[in-house]
Design a protein around this ligand. Structure first.
Ligand code: F6P
Length: 328
């Protein structure tokens, strides 16, 4: 298999994540070191369908290690969900001489990669790149650490002003289906309550917590609301709480897309480099339909199918219990 791959196509897809550029750099340079050619596919699957493909060399990835976003651009592509779209994509990449792919992205990216690879028998290795940290088979996804640092910085700043005014803040963080950022940053930021998509918290239960925080004379209270929490986002939660409980002057902050930008942390740069390197090595060893990931300090592989079991991903119960204890 090693000798049959001549040109590797690399692309980023879905939501961008800090560390994607460092990862592209690692993929391109490892492939070139191994004597292979590399093409960059722009705008993810959309670029395959539109034949938006560029040749890459070692110098085309100079000076990008430290940059947020993705130089290859990204998109969420509906056409790739159709058989016609995928056939067009396949014909285009074949015409460009691409005979193997490295896909950097999250669950949507891997769902597409898995189907495409089976349909056209093209080798694919996935790299987990999403701030959501919701892929089974890797302790961390690219961008998660940087996004956490961005969120903590924001929570700390909000805490300063909240404490000065004795205010209650509802801070909404990203994670449509994943509470990883909310839980982790809630703990690191000393939140009084954390609302997660994976665990329903009723408004009355939340009010009880807020009442006890007020009784205990807390000068500020922070509630972290994951975007995908079932109560419908921070504005809704704040409104419903204030209808019944008006002890505090309450404010809402939605952190939004600033969580996706910024220069990657050193952790994300190293992880990106290791995963990019491992992805190419595994492709050249004849592996396909796998994701490379980090378990402990080891780079491991998981089938794409298994990685997509993220839907059953469970947040650590002990961490959820701990947040309640440490908020007293
Ligand atoms: O998947 C990453 C993510 O940032 C989620 O946390 C969020 O729900 C979603 O992307 C937002 O996507 P978009 O930028 O397309 O609105």
């Amino acid at each position: 298999m090693e000798n049959s791959i001549k040109r590797i196509g690399v692309f980023t897809s879905g939501g961008d994540a800090p560390g994607m550029n460092a990862c592209i750099r690692a993929v391109v340079r490892t492939a070139i070191y191994e004597g292979k050619k590399v093409s960059g596919i722009l705008h993810g699957y959309q670029g395959m369908i539109d034949k938006n493909i560029i040749a890459m060399d070692s110098r085309s990835v100079s000076n990008i290690l430290q940059l947020g976003g993705t130089i290859l651009k990204t998109a969420r592509c509906l056409d790739f969900r159709t058989t016609e779209g995928r056939l067009k994509a396949y014909n285009n990449i074949k015409e460009e001489g691409i005979d193997a792919l490295v896909a950097i992205g999250g669950d949507g990216t891997f769902t597409g990669a898995e189907v495409f690879s089976r349909e056209f028998d093209i080798p694919v290795v996935g790299i987990p790149g999403t701030i959501d940290n919701d892929l089974y088979g890797s302790d961390f996804t690219l961008g998660y650490d940087t996004a956490n640092n961005t969120v903590i910085d924001a929570i700390d700043k909000i805490r300063d002003t909240a404490a000065s005014h004795d205010r209650l803040f509802f801070i909404e963080v990203m994670g449509r289906d994943s509470g990883c950022i909310a839980l982790n940053c809630g703990i690191a930021g000393g939140a009084e309550a954390i609302l997660l998509p994976e665990k329903e918290t009723g408004i009355d239960e939340l009010i009880q917590k807020l009442e006890s925080a007020a009784k205990d004379k807390k000068s500020s209270t922070i509630v972290i609301v994951a975007e995908g929490d079932k109560n419908g986002g921070a504005y809704n939660v704040a409104k419903r709480v204030q209808e019944k409980f008006d002890f505090y002057d309450a404010k809402v902050t939605i952190l939004g897309h600033l969580q996706r930008g910024g220069s990657p942390s050193s952790f994300d740069r190293v992880l990106a480099s290791r995963l990019g390197f491992a992805a190419v090595k595994n492709l050249l060893r004849g592996q396909t339909r796998i994701m490379v990931g980090l378990r402990g300090n080891d780079i491991v592989t998981t089938s794409l199918e298994e990685a997509l079991r993220s839907k059953e991903f469970k947040l650590a119960e002990d961490m959820i219990e701990m947040t309640n204890v440490l908020a007293i």
